[in-house]
Design a binder for this molecule. Structure first.
Ligand code: AMP
Ligand code: MG
Length: 404
């Protein structure tokens, strides 16, 4: 059985080492549509920022030398407001009324906040507090210079980036096209979410967890519903799914008599690169490709599907999006209670993690096995228990996947 890291290497190297890497093509989208997308261009500042020496306080633009001793009285020779500069020249003993965002007049080198002044008349003001040179203002180009690279390709666009893109004049933005992901659930026992399960039936939940994970990773989910455990139905849905960028089939990949998914992959000429991972849950994870389509058989148990997606599918989606970071999200915490290891495979166990006294602390959460969505939903992390003899002891550092 392959260790998790080796499986992940195979997935990523399949996408990387074909004649050309299978990155999604780039597309141009309107600015606000680019939120959470992966940027596919370097963005350069088209001007200095700020574009002029600017006040960052409401108050009076002064020469700091004139207010070294306070209180001081200065004469007001003009007003500079946001959107219209004053052309006054500040000389010894003079100042200019100024608002936040307004250009600093010639000769001034600091801004005194209005709270530290006292208006004496229309033409004079008392200054009650000294300022240092350049206090209360931002010099031209202090944030970035024209031509600076302010955003690099591969970045996931966040809220601050949207503001930065707007301030650089980017009404439209080049981002990766989202991979299209087909989702097929399999199982004779499944009914859909609107239906009441009969005896020996359960509701299909994997379609929805996978859908949510696909979205979160930045791809477009397409639901194909439930394929029954027979060749005809599986062929119809899998055949259609192979026209997508990624095909995810849940269930039907273990050793049962009606686990037919791998046979159908073979019928369609899918080249399978692994079908077992030394991981608990998630052992029968299948990965292969046919041409440019990546294919996964995800084990049917709800937690297995979630874990396999997180470990293998999400990194692939991030790679195809040309994201700068394709690693599964893994953090470290201090273990609080002993936890048994499995010498055969690494385990991922639902756990409770909290941040206390400067570090994450973690312990396993109660749950009843891979199908227990109640236990899983009460947990907020998965501890990664390494494959080895013995146990992990309290106080040891362990890895975990955050789940919220
Ligand atoms: P399988 O991998 O098909 O043998 O399924 C393993 C277990 O996961 C069985 O108990 C199935 O009933 C359950 N299971 C399979 N598919 C789903 C699904 N889409 N939603 C919820 N449970 C499922
Ligand atoms: Mg099944």
């Amino acid at each position: 059985m392959l260790p998790i890291e080796r499986g992940l290497e195979i997935v990523l190297s399949t996408a990387r080492t074909k004649d050309r890497p299978d990155w999604m093509p780039a597309e141009s989208v309107p600015l606000v549509e680019s939120i959470s997308r992966i940027l596919r261009e370097d963005v350069l500042a088209d001007a200095d920022s700020p574009p002029f020496d600017k006040a960052i306080r409401d108050g009076f633009a002064v020469r700091f030398e004139d207010v070294e001793e306070v209180p001081a009285t200065l004469s007001i020779v003009g007003e500079s407001r946001a959107g219209s500069a004053s052309d006054v020249q500040i000389r010894k003993g003079q100042c200019c009324e100024i608002m936040t965002g307004a250009p600093l007049p010639e000769g001034a080198n600091a801004v005194v906040m209005v709270e530290h002044t006292e208006r004496l008349s229309t033409t004079s003001v008392g200054i009650r507090k000294s300022v240092r040179e350049n206090e209360g203002l931002l010099r031209r180009g202090a944030e970035s210079r024209k031509g600076d690279r302010v955003l690099a390709t591969g970045r996931r666009i966040g809220v601050a980036d949207i503001g930065l893109l707007a301030s650089c004049g980017k009404a439209s933005v080049l981002v990766s096209r989202r991979p299209r992901v087909a989702i097929v659930a399999t199982g004779d026992e499944l009914v859909d979410v609107q239906q009441l399960p009969g005896p020996s039936q359960i509701r299909n939940s994997n379609t929805y967890t996978i859908h949510a994970q696909v979205r979160e990773a930045g791809a477009d989910p397409y639901e194909f519903g439930i394929a029954r455990d027979n060749l005809e139905d599986l062929r119809a849905k899998i055949g259609h799914g192979l026209e997508f960028d990624i095909l995810l089939v849940s269930g039907g990949v273990s050793m049962g008599k009606y686990d037919l998914v791998e046979n159908v992959f073979a019928d369609f000429g899918v080249e399978v690169l692994f079908d077992k991972i030394a991981m608990k849950p998630g052992k029968p994870t299948v990965f292969g490709h046919r041409g440019q389509t990546y294919v996964f058989g995800l084990p049917g148990n709800p937690l297995s599907t979630i874990v396999s997606f997180h470990m293998f599918v999400r990194p692939l989606i991030l790679f195809l999006l040309k994201s700068e970071n394709t690693n599964p999200k893994i953090l470290e915490a201090k273990l609080e209670a002993p936890t048994k290891c499995d010498p055969q495979r690494a385990s991922l166990l639902p756990a409770l993690v909290r941040f206390e006294a400067g570090q994450y602390r973690i312990r396993t959460a109660p749950w009843k096995g891979s199908s227990d969505l109640v236990g899983l939903s009460r947990a907020n992390a998965l501890i990664v228990v390494p494959q080895r003899e013995g146990s992990l002891e309290p106080g040891e550092n362990v890895q975990f996947l955050p789940m919220e």
